[in-house]
Design a protein around this ligand. Sequence first.
Ligand SMILES: [Zn+2]
Length: 95
Amino acid sequence: MRKLKRPSARCRALFIEVSQYLDGDVSAARRRAIEHHIASCACCATMAERLRHTIAACRAAAGSAVPRAVKLCAAKRIQTLLAQNAARQRPAVEP
Ligand SMILES: [Zn+2]
């Protein structure tokens, strides 16, 4: 995997909009500005491509059934976390 430079403040601001851009939820002027930036910025181009790939994978998996073993494991983990959270919030009992 190629190492990317640290994103600039402009790039970080753009990250917020890229998801909307990929969904087509930006104005034509904003779309052109984002595309212009992406065309000249390897960091944002890579990020946009990875996000596009992730969105496609999520959409492809949306219709898949979750295996029973995964559901049971997730339920057990959620119960453990809820119990830990409840124990932390209980006031200490003085003898
Ligand atoms: Zn950028």
